[in-house]
Ligand binder design. Structure first.
Ligand code: AMP
Ligand code: GLY
Length: 425
C-alpha cells in the first residue's frame, strides 16, 4: 500500500514511524514532511494549505491512502477534496471538522445529542456576555469560538478581570477567532484524553493519554500546544473508558452521521472527569500532538489496516487494537521563549545517542538541517523525547536520561512530565 502522510510535526513523524513498520506498506510519501521524516518517507515540498497541490500529488502518485495529521487542512476541506477525487482518506470532512473549528457549533451539537458538557452561552455582544457571568460562580471560563492554536481559553477568578477579558475577546484578542465568545461553567476534576477511530459509522477505542498544557513545572504559566504526554492514564480505567465510549464518543459519532456529516478519522475527546462522571471539555478531530507519539509507541497492532479501514468504512470488520502493557511518555523539548517568541537555527546535538538508548525514540517536531548537515531548531516545540518502560517510573527515567543526552543549550523542557500518574502509582 502506498501512503501519503500530510503534515510535518512530531505527530506526523510518529505516524510515519509506525506506518513504516507495517508489512503492508510499499511506499510512504509525506507533504511537506521534514528532515527527520525524510529518513522514512519521500517528502514533497507542499504546504498543508495547498489543497490543489496535495490532491494532485495524491492522484499523480496513485496513493492508496492519505493520512492527514493536522487540523488546519481538514478544516479547509482537504479530506472532501481527496474523497471527491476517489482517494481513500483518514481525516474528517470540513463539515464534520466543525466539532473542532467552532466551539459554538460544538457546544450546540453536544446539547442536541445529550452529550455531557459544561453549561454555556455564546455571545458577540459584550453587555450580554457580562450579564451572563451572573449565572456562574468564579472561576469564569471564556473561550474564543474559532481556532486559536490551543491558546484561545482564559480562566479567571476575578469578576472584573472576566469582564475586561470579555471586551478583549470581542475586540479581537485572538483575531477573528474570538469575535464570537463562549462562556462556560467551570468543571472541577481531572483531565484525560480518549481517542477513538470512527469510519463514519463504527467507532473503535484507540487509546487514552494525559498531557501537560502549561509551559511550566507544576502546571504553571501560559498554555501551550502540549509540553509532554503519557499513556496509559491511570484515571482512564476500563469503566471510565466504557462510560466515555457509550455516553460521549458513540453519541457524537451517531449525531454527526445523523446530521449528514459522518466522521471518518480519529475523534479526540478532551474530557474532565468530574464527580458526576466524564464530561466533554472539547473534541479535536485529529490525533493530539504530542499524545499521538505515546499512542504510536504503545500500539502493538499494525496500524495501517486500521487507518485504511477507517478511511473505507470497514472498521466493523476489525478486532480491537492491542497494546503493550508498557507505559510510554514523551517529553517536549522546546526553544527557550516558547510559547512566546523564540529563535530558530540553534544547533542540536546528541539526538543520535538518545535514539540508541533502549526503549527511546526521539520524534522531531520542529527541526531542520543546516548547510553542514547539523540538526537545527526550526520551531517552538522542537523534539519529542519518547520512551517506554516496564513501569511508568522506568519510562520516565529513560525519557529524562535521553533528554540529558541531548546537547541543546537554547532549548528547555519540563522535568515533571507524568507527575500526576507517578503520584498515584
Ligand atoms: P480547550 O482549549 O477547550 O481544551 O481548553 C483548554 C484548557 O482549559 C482545558 O484543557 C482545561 O484545562 C481548561 N478548561 C476548558 N474548559 C473548561 C471548563 N469548562 N472547566 C474547567 N476547565 C476548563
Ligand atoms: N496536545 C493537544 C492537542 O494536540 O491539541
Amino acid at each position: 500500500m502506498k501512503v501519503l502522510v500530510v503534515g510535518s510535526g512530531g505527530r506526523e513523524h510518529a505516524l510515519v514511524w509506525k506506518i513504516a513498520q507495517s508489512p503492508e506498506v510499499t511506499a510512504i510519501l509525506a507533504a511537506p514532511g521534514s528532515a527527520a521524516i525524510s529518513e522514512l518517507a519521500t517528502c514533497h515540498d507542499l504546504s498543508v494549505s495547498d489543497l490543489d497541490g496535495l490532491v494532485e500529488l495524491a492522484r499523480r502518485e496513485a496513493v492508496d491512502l492519505v493520512v492527514v495529521g493536522p487540523e488546519n487542512p481538514l478544516c479547509d476541506g482537504l479530506a472532501d477534496r481527496l474523497r471527491q477525487a476517489g482517494i481513500a482518506t483518514f481525516g474528517p470532512s470540513k463539515l464534520a471538522a466543525r466539532l473542532e473549528t467552532s466551539k459554538a457549533f460544538a457546544k450546540d451539537f453536544y446539547a442536541r445529542h445529550n452529550v455531557p458538557s459544561a453549561r454555556y452561552g455564546t455571545f458577540s455582544d459584550a453587555a450580554e456576555a457580562k450579564a451572563f457571568l451572573d449565572q456562574f460562580e468564579p472561576p469564569y471560563v471564556l473561550k474564543a469560538d474559532g481556532l486559536a492554536a490551543g491558546k484561545g481559553v482564559v480562566i479567571v477568578s476575578d469578576r472584573a478581570e472576566a469582564e475586561s477579558e470579555v471586551d478583549a475577546f470581542l475586540s479581537g484578542k485572538f483575531g477573528d477567532a474570538s469575535r464570537t465568545l463562549v462562556i462556560e461553567e467551570f468543571m472541577a476534576g481531572e483531565e484525560v484524553s480518549i481517542f477513538a477511530l470512527c469510519d463514519g459509522d463504527t467507532v473503535l477505542y484507540c487509546g487514552a493519554a494525559q498531557d501537560h498544557k502549561r509551559v511550566g513545572e507544576g502546571d504553571a504559566g501560559p498554555n501551550t500546544g502540549g509540553m509532554g504526554a503519557y499513556s496509559p492514564a491511570p484515571i482512564a480505567t476500563p469503566a471510565l473508558i466504557e462510560t466515555t465510549m457509550k455516553t460521549i464518543v458513540e453519541p457524537v459519532a451517531r449525531g454527526l452521521a445523523a446530521e449528514g456529516s459522518p466522521f471518518q478519522g480519529v475523534l479526540f475527546a478532551g474530557l474532565m472527569v468530574t464527580a458526576e462522571g466524564p464530561k466533554v471539555v472539547e473534541f479535536n478531530i485529529r490525533f493530539g500532538d504530542p499524545e499521538c507519539q505515546v499512542l504510536m509507541m504503545r500500539i502493538e497492532t499494525d496500524i495501517l489496516p486500521y487507518l485504511q479501514a477507517t478511511a473505507t468504512g470497514k472498521l466493523a470488520d476489525m478486532p480491537a487494537l492491542s497494546w503493550t502493557a508498557e507505559p510510554a511518555i514523551t517529553v517536549v523539548m522546546a526553544a527557550k521563549g516558547y510559547p512566546g517568541s523564540y529563535e530558530k537555527g540553534s544547533v542540536i546535538g546528541g539526538v543520535e545517542a538518545a535514539n540508541k538508548m533502549e526503549g527511546v525514540v526521539v520524534f522531531e517536531a520542529g527541526t531542520a538541517r543546516n548547510a553542514d548537515g547539523e540538526r537545527t531548531a526550526n520551531g517552538g516545540r522542537v523534539l519529542n523525547v519518547t520512551a517506554s518502560g516496564e513501569t511508568l517510573h522506568y519510562a520516565v527515567d529513560r525519557a529524562y536520561a535521553a533528554v540529558d543526552e541531548i546537547d541543546w543549550p537554547e532549548g528547555f523542557c519540563r522535568r515533571d512530565i507524568a507527575w500526576r500518574a507517578l503520584k498515584t502509582h
